[in-house]
Design a protein around this ligand. Structure first.
Ligand code: CP3
Length: 342
């Protein structure tokens, strides 16, 4: 279906745009009272993720309320480990929790490479409903966690400040680590392809814990598998967001993907030099700027846009929007991007 607003796609593939497109990581849910109203009527987060017509509804809310240039499907990166055999719970105010985690080679062997259209049919159905209801207004972003980040949750079983259990595995049993990363990679390729078949116009890999690895480790255990995924996905533009991996920007620039996400610590000019002219850059306003007043949000946004230049940029924050940011501040950021004059 033809898109009415294809700014994000044009920017991703390097075509000239009349203005910079804008969306926010984690825009679906978290900040909107309209999201919380739906969420509170259910047993929990997972029920929302697994109920396609409601997942579609909260996916479209930011398009209606915030007027962003893209929707991102409401789901979670943790549906992948679950489909492979490790089910998770989302514990209120604490975050994800896995009862079973990976310790031994046998544990890795017991994981399956799932039939994603069966095990994750609710995601595909949510994508189909969203595409129908969006009716071409804006592109729909599909996503998955990058293998290293999914690996981290499979080993740790929950969030962690250091992810030291996951890192310990890289030092003590690299063979197990590679076997597990391979399985996650194969599943992720199938999963992203299924999302694209269901209607995703762009896909993004979230490597949220890239920054805790050393440069050498990220090349060996992170980028290696991100690269395999990029090589396998040729159908739509691909974005790679490796949070904290400032040290690997040169290698990220060599991936076969269209867009590289920058966090707020990555200097824009330096990133362009390291990544090269062939990639679109996405980001990278400090999410905490949205705690400041409207005037400062406009000022900081303008400065950011000036540094990126008009083409090959998708405006976003440098990580997901924080849950206690008020929607008026988010709208201020979006409006600042839309009214900016190059
Ligand atoms: O971007 C969007 O708006 C789409 C939906 C989306 C969610 N999670 C919904 C969600 C996306 C893209 C994600 C990705 C995700 N999930 C990442 C990568 C991005 C990042 O922030 O680094 C990670 C690491 C996770 C794992 C996860 N899910 C955690 C650690 C938590 C708990 C803390 C938190 O972030 O709120 C979740 C829960 C979660 N995923 C919520 C939402 C809306 C909050 C749950 C609720 O509504 O109760």
């Amino acid at each position: 279906m033809k898109l009415d607003n294809d700014l994000l796609i044009k920017a991703a593939i390097g075509e000239n745009v009349e203005r910079t497109p804008v969306w926010l990581m984690r825009q679906a849910g978290r900040i909107l009272p309209e999201y919380r109203a739906i969420r509170n009527s259910l047993s929990g987060f997972k029920e929302l993720v697994e109920t396609p017509h409601l997942a579609a509804e909260v996916t479209i809310q930011p398009v209606d309320i915030l007027d962003v240039d893209a929707a991102i499907i409401f789901s979670d990166i943790l549906v992948v480990p679950e489909a492979m055999g490790l089910s998770y719970q989302m514990i209120e105010k604490k975050g994800p929790w896995f009862e079973k985690t990976i310790h031994t080679n046998e544990d890795v062997d017991s994981l399956v490479i799932p039939d994603v259209n069966d095990q994750l049919s609710y995601v595909m159905e949510a994508i189909r409903i969203t595409k129908k209801e969006l009716n071409g207004r804006v592109p729909l972003i599909g996503f998955a966690g990058a293998p290293w980040t999914i690996f981290s949750y499979m080993i740790e079983g929950q969030g962690s400040k250091t992810f030291s259990k996951a890192k310990k595995m890289l030092y003590t049993n690299p063979e197990l680590a590679h076997n597990l990363l391979k399985k996650i990679t194969l599943t992720t390729i199938k999963y992203l392809k299924a999302q694209i078949s269901a209607g995703a116009d762009v896909v993004q890999l979230f490597d949220s814990w890239a920054g805790i690895l050393t440069h050498q480790q990220y090349i060996e255990f992170g980028i290696k598998y991100v690269n395999e995924i990029c090589n396998a996905i040729n159908e739509v533009p691909v974005t790679v967001f490796s949070k904290g991996a400032y040290f690997a920007r040169k290698e990220l620039g060599e991936l076969k993907c269209n867009t590289i996400g920058l966090d707020w610590n990555m200097d824009i000019k330096k990133s362009r030099e390291l990544i090269g002219p062939e990639k679109t850059l996405q980001g990278n306003l400090d999410p905490c700027v949205l705690y400041s007043d409207f005037k400062n949000i406009q000022k900081q946004t303008n400065e950011m846009l000036c540094k990126f230049g008009k083409n090959r940029h998708i405006a976003n924050l440098g990580h997901g929007v924080y849950p206690d940011i008020t929607p008026d501040k988010v709208i201020c950021f979006i409006e600042a991007v839309k009214t900016y004059k190059n």
